[in-house]
Design a binder for this molecule. Sequence first.
Ligand code: 9MR
Ligand code: ZN
Length: 591
Amino acid sequence: MIKPFEAILLFALIFVSSSSSDFVCAGSSTTEEPEHQDTKENNRQYSDHIKVCQVGYLVDETKIAILTSETQGNVVVHNSDSDEIVASLPVGAISLDSDTGDSTRVIDLTEVSKPGRYYLMVPGVGRSFDFSVGNDVFSRTFQLSMFFYTGQRCGTAVRLGGEFGNYRHAECHVSEAHFDVSTGRTGKRSLAGGWHDAGDFGRYSINSGISMGTLLWAYELNSEKLRDVDLMLPEKTGSLPDMLTEIRWNLDWMLKMQDESGGVWHKATTAKFPGSILPESDSARMLIVGSGEAPYLTTQATCNLVAVAAIAARVYRPFDPDYANRCLSAARLGWAWLEKSPDSHFRANPKGIETGAYEDDDASDERLWAAAELFRTTGDANYHEYFLSNFRRFQPMFNSGFPHEWRKVHALALYGYALESRKEVDPKAQQVIRQEALTAADEIVARVLKNDYRVPLKTDNYIWGSNALVANYGMMLRLANRISPKREYVDAAQDSLHYLLGRNTFNTSFVTHVGSRWPMNPHHRPSEADDVQEPWPGMLIGGPNAQNTNDKRPPARQWDDVKQSFTTNEVAINWNAPLVFLLAEALPNPN
Ligand code: 9MR
Ligand code: ZN
């Protein structure tokens, strides 16, 4: 929850943002005040009252657009290339959405199922942004959402591929990191590599854990589709798929964060956040930060490494058995450390350190995830026993009113177990977990269908990074669909994507360079400091955050496209990851 210093920052932020009007449109046709664009005479004008998914819809899904104004007749669907009319559709009854304050009507486009590009004309209102229908409509968005990670690479010069070659930074953060006093050590250690966490250049074991787990699962569950996806990387690593090459960049760094004892350090950051500079200009001393008390290494950081390295041992094995073995040894070593160490938490930043805290005083969920993934990879009874004797402590298993997040990862342990097919699995335990996962998914579906924008968020879910909550709920639905396929799960998971990609109160895609209009001012230092006007591509911004009690707008409206707004407009590796997951699931199967 909000701490006093954050409250002050937030207050300052609102002051700044309310006095600025730089809501910039990347699309061709919009201005800051949606109402002003609607013209009665020229109904070819774009209107922000017609909200579509600006990427598009799969052929077979339930396709919904949202209208937030009166109309004088049916909505007409046009083909964007020929302008030909392909359908005329009635609109649904009016409904007041309290989270946004919008009066909404549903436009059901499901019958438009011929692959193509379309737009909607609403009599007396205007035209929508274009959208596609087809089974490969998410391919480019998937690629861009992975480009984000390439852009976050630390310890190397970066230049994005393809049309994005003007996004670049020089080699950064390569000098050795110093042990901070909070580690109980002195001296230095080489820690180059990894991904910058977010808009800042910190590298954090906790947040790397959930991000990598999610990305590796996305690959593992969709390997057929993802094996050949080209991410235009600077290097080719033998037969390794590009996605795994990118993920390995951060995995190598996570492995470096493991101490010889098996325990793992919490983070590698400078003492304070730098200003709006490029990473290569960040010359402050790089520190390895510990918990401040023996054993200084933490349980949560170690569990995250164990879980991720255990998954990696499975995923990399077909391509690079040596690397897979290395990962597995690291995971086993980490577990051995966990077994002999009582819980050690990073409860708050030590004196003098102001970067992201990722603080947590309960490691039971992380321990469960580490055990689950080690069991899935090895089948060993030891890890299995830990899982079986502890999983029932997590009640409710899935529906705690929030999806999984960096601080609470037990759901990942449980989903992993639910999906595991190895023979050692305890069928009764698995059955119980599967049932709970499906019940939680049914509840999310019910909520999505009741929500005017078909978002899975409850009113109290509009918190820091709410867009990631949307994506993680979608991920829960996709995982439920893997347990027991159901059209409703897929449709509602797609609804999460559609919200993130433009079908929302802002009529704006929350992912940079995706759709017709997207944020121009993410809180992302490379985007702020480079000489390219538009931000780096493929970044999902945090989204509406109603934790600031001074902001009187409806909760879902509390977002500002200004670079100072780190509480609503930052980007982060753990937010893009469930987006990648949803997109991977939405890609077509290879022929
Ligand atoms: O995503 C984190 C969010 O859940 C917390 O409420 C917030 C405040 O502690 O921190 C967020 O993580 C930030 C991290 O601390 C530093 N790098 C940027 C992250 C995204 O804003
Ligand atoms: Zn760096």
